[in-house]
Design a protein around this ligand. Sequence first.
Ligand SMILES: *Cc1c(COP(=O)(O)O)cnc(C)c1O
Length: 359
Amino acid sequence: MSKFLSRQYRKLIPYTPGEQPKDQRLIKLNTNESPYPPGPETLKALKGREPEQLRLYQDPDSVRLKEAIAGLYRVQKENIFVGNGSDEILNFAFMIFAGEGGKIYFPEISYGFYRVFAELYQTDYCMIPLTEDFSVDPQDYVCRDGMIVIANPNAPTGKALPLYRIEDIVRTNPEHVVVIDEAYVDFGAESAMSLIHKYENLLVVQTFSKSRSMAGARLGFAAASPALIADLERIKFSTNPYNVNRLTAALGIAAVRENSYYMENCRRIMRTREYTAEKLAQMNFSVLPSAANFLFAKSDRIGGRELYQKLRDRGILVRHFDKARITEYNRITVGTEEEMEEFLTAVKEILEERDGETI
Ligand SMILES: *Cc1c(COP(=O)(O)O)cnc(C)c1O
């Protein structure tokens, strides 16, 4: 830390992204990326005229990209904001919607970035504990006195709330923005997108990173009332008007065109998820019911940290969080069928080895 850093940022603890290993041989089940490549249309977009045009700034209003996304969800382009990953959109939302002296509510166990953003903007925040079974209790969020942020499905638990519960939260907080972070919605949860015409305080945030195989392209979008979208645009034009680069915009438009390719991948991942969950349960793991592209599981035969380490020794990377209430768990991204077979075999061997040791 230099002596120049403003005092207000000196205690800020940044978000810790999951490891991106240099070793390509590792089976990577730690950051919820898609195991499948972008579709053929998407890849073709990289070979078209777009790369040649890189010398030019792109359309700062991202009109074509917005129209494509709006078309997919049957809303107007005025309902859509696009960002450099959904993290950027969440960042903006925390920056501008909490209100002066306002407060932000989010679940205690959820996406780690929420807390970082709240700290960054020095906004008062309240982390609401999950219930005994790791659910978000919607009752905890009705009629609150501040902005609300909920990941649905939640991470790292994978549990989802039904749409009518989300609507209760949005309806009973008309004076505050309710952000529904739907990074994993395409893996089996109900989207709140259909409510944006009904509630001016609802901001639905999605991403191309997980269900559309584009984590490295950085593309997120939000759907909301035109007034909320205009607020986000105001901040975008006050920080980085070209937030979604030319190539990423072209990729996004192509990805929307071949949406069915990505949705088929999601269904395949969901099948692999259910298969893997069943196999883990047969090995006596407790596995939370997941509506996402990952599983959150613990064994009573081996500690969470130890399992993480032993998998790593065998070249399989999962995500472990050093947080008291979830330290026995690991979050396992659902990979290809083959990757999950290798994962399951490794788990079985680790457990057998361990039983051998203790006998
Ligand atoms: C991955 C993730 C994001 C961020 O996605 P990007 O679009 O890649 O920035 C946001 N929210 C949750 C809950 C996530 O898991």
